[in-house]
Write a protein that binds this ligand. Structure first.
Ligand code: BTN
Length: 315
C-alpha cells in the first residue's frame, strides 16, 4: 500500500463515517483525489460504503497491524517480524529472499494472495496474511507432515482465542462446521535428505463482507468470537510455530500424530477424493497414519493418501 493510500486507510479503519471534505482537508488533497483513493482501496477489497457527500465508512472497524503490539505478545526470540501494507503475496515475497529462516512477514492485505492448488486467496484488508520462513535439517523426505503440524498450530491458536469449534480438514484447511475459516500454504524447497527450507503461509478470514463469493462455504472469525485481537492472534500463531517447528525437525512427527484426533474435521465422515493423476473415489475417512497420510477406507481396503483433494460428502 502506498503511503498516500495508507493515510486514508488508517483513518477509515476506525469504522466511523468520514466526510469527503473533512478527509480532503486532513490529507491536503482535493475531494476528487479522496474519491480516487477510495476507489483504489475498494479495488484491494476494502468494503467502503458511501459517497463524498454522505461520507465514507467501513461497516466493521479494523484493528490495524501494529508491530510493537505483536512483539509484546510474541514469545519467540528466534523470530524476526516485518509488518507491511498491501503486498502481492506474503509467500511470494518471502520466497524471493534469502535467507528466510525465522523471518515472519505479515501484511494488511494481499493483492494476489495464493491458495493451495494454484487457487486465488481472497485477501481484503483486515484479515491475517502471515508467512514464516523456516530452515529444516531433516530434509524434504521428513517434511511431508509439516502441513499438518502447521494446520494444528493454527487451529490450537484459534481455539485458545475462543473459537472452540475449529477443526482441521486434512491436510491443513481450517474449518468451523463445514465452512472454511482459513488455510495454509506450505512451500518447501531443498534436498531430499539434506537441509531444506519452507515458506509457511497462513491466511485466516477475520471479517469478510457477506457478499464475498468464494468457491466453497466460508466463515470468518468475527461470526464465532467476540473481541479477539488481530495482533495477538498473529503473535500467538508465531509463538506456537516457533515451538512446534524445531520439535518436528528434531524429533519427527510422532508427538504430533497423537494430537491429530483432537482436530480431525474428517474423522468418520464420508469423503470424496480427487487425486492429481485424475483418479476419483469415495470412502470413509479414518484418521491418519504415522507419516500424516490420510487413511480412507473404500471397498475392503484402506488407502493411505500422501496428497490429493478431499471433500466431505455427508455425515
Ligand atoms: C488454502 O488454499 O487453503 C491456502 C491459503 C493460504 C493463504 C495464505 S495468506 C498468507 C500466505 N500468502 C499467500 O499468498 N498465501 C498464504
Amino acid at each position: 500500500m502506498s503511503p498516500e493510500l495508507n493515510e486514508l486507510y488508517v483513518r477509515l479503519a476506525d469504522g466511523r463515517r468520514h466526510n469527503g471534505a473533512g478527509l480532503a482537508d486532513e490529507l491536503g488533497i482535493s475531494r476528487a483525489a479522496v474519491w480516487k483513493r477510495i476507489e483504489s482501496l475498494r479495488r484491494i477489497g476494502l468494503p467502503v460504503e458511501g459517497t463524498a457527500g454522505d461520507g465514507y465508512r467501513i461497516a466493521h472497524p479494523i484493528e490495524l497491524l501494529d508491530a510493537d503490539a505483536i512483539r509484546q505478545h510474541l514469545n519467540a526470540p528466534s523470530i524476526e517480524l516485518e509488518v507491511v501494507g498491501a503486498v502481492d503475496s506474503t509467500n511470494a515475497r518471502l520466497a524471493a529472499r534469502t535467507p528466510v529462516h525465522g523471518h515472519a512477514l505479515v501484511a494488511e492485505a494481499q493483492k494476489a494472495g495464493r491458495g493451495r492448488r494454484g487457487r486465488e486467496w481472497l485477501s481484503p484488508p483486515g484479515g491475517i496474511y502471515l508467512s514464516l520462513g523456516w530452515h529444516f535439517e531433516s530434509g524434504l523426505a521428513g517434511l511431508s507432515p509439516l502441513s499438518l503440524v502447521v494446520g494444528m498450530a493454527a487451529a490450537r491458536t484459534l481455539r485458545e482465542a475462543g473459537a472452540d469449534a475449529v477443526g482441521v480438514k486434512w491436510p491443513n484447511d481450517l474449518f468451523i462446521s463445514d465452512a472454511k475459516l482459513g488455510g495454509c500454504l506450505v512451500e518447501v524447497s531443498g534436498a531430499a535428505e539434506g537441509p531444506c527450507q519452507a515458506i509457511i503461509g497462513i491466511g485466516i478470514n477475520l471479517e469478510l463482507p457477506e457478499s464475498s463469493a468464494l468457491d466453497q462455504p466460508w466463515t470468518c472469525l468475527s461470526r464465532h468470537v467476540d473481541g479477539f485481537s488481530r495482533n495477538r492472534l498473529i503473535a500467538g500463531l508465531l509463538t506456537r510455530l516457533a515451538e512446534d517447528l524445531p520439535q518436528l525437525d528434531q524429533s519427527g512427527f510422532d508427538a504430533f500424530a497423537g494430537q491429530w484426533r483432537q482436530f480431525d474435521a474428517l474423522a468418520g465422515r464420508k469423503v470424496h477424493v480427487s487425486m492429481a493423476r485424475g483418479e476419483n473415489f469415495g470412502g470413509l475417512a479414518e484418521g491418519i497414519d504415522d507419516q500424516g497420510r490420510l487413511l480412507v477406507q473404500h471397498g475392503d481396503r484402506i488407502q493411505a493418501l500422501a496428497s490429493g483433494e478431499v471433500s466431505v460428502r455427508g455425515r
